[in-house]
Design a protein around this ligand. Sequence first.
Ligand code: AP5
Length: 230
Amino acid sequence: MAAQPSTAAPALILLGPPGAGKGTQAQLLIERRGMVQLSTGDMLRAAVAAGTPVGQEARAIMERGELVPDSVVSALIDEALGRIPAGQGVIFDGYPRTVAQAEALDGLLARHARRLSRVIELQVDEEALIDRISGRFACARCGAGYHDRHKRPRAPGVCDVCGSTEFRRRPDDTAETVRTRLAEYRAKTAPILPVYEARGLVARVDGMAPIEEVARAIDRLLVDADRPHP
Ligand code: AP5
């Protein structure tokens, strides 16, 4: 018998340009709702660090701020979806990023018996994004996130969370590469919004609001999506 789409476990797309706060909000959804984050950026960075064939193909493309081929990222999502228990909600963070990926996702969701509950667009001011991203760094041991101006470690050079003194920056977090990433977003990712709008799935949230406020707005949307439709 064919698998039936699960109505109970939400499947949510967080959409927005680089630095919009997708990863930040995904972390909060993990903590508060027990959802699983599927970030193609994180998967690709892990592949680059491990030196896998996918990582070798992706490294230079990511450093230029361009998009990795659709087939590569859709295969990563397919594999990851297969590992998540049916009852657990998923957050797509940074996927889909092209119309072709959105089409591929339709097939993957059907195959893994899931249904898309919401597409949440985080709306932001592009100039603020360049500041957000070019100042961002993270603890090399536990991954806690910081910012040169807005969120420095309490003790200079020491991670608040784990005490490590090693930090790292993403190689694609330079102002120049961020401009390319924004241009890629406008040209290739923004066109998927009308596709989901036509299905009544898109909701917009002000991504310039404080992090907690953005989280509350997303939570309200998920509560609405959970309500049974008459
Ligand atoms: P990816 O890792 O997906 O990067 P991105 O989309 O550019 O997004 P970021 O991770 O930079 O930003 P974010 O929106 O998660 O913001 P964050 O929460 O960190 O992709 C990297 C590369 O991989 C791509 O360029 C491409 O090459 C490749 N790739 C990945 N997926 C792909 C795909 N599907 N297809 C093809 N290629 C793919 O927040 C940023 C900063 O802002 C943080 O410092 C945070 O603390 C701060 N912040 C967040 N929210 C707020 C707020 N409300 N107020 C103030 N500060 C805030």
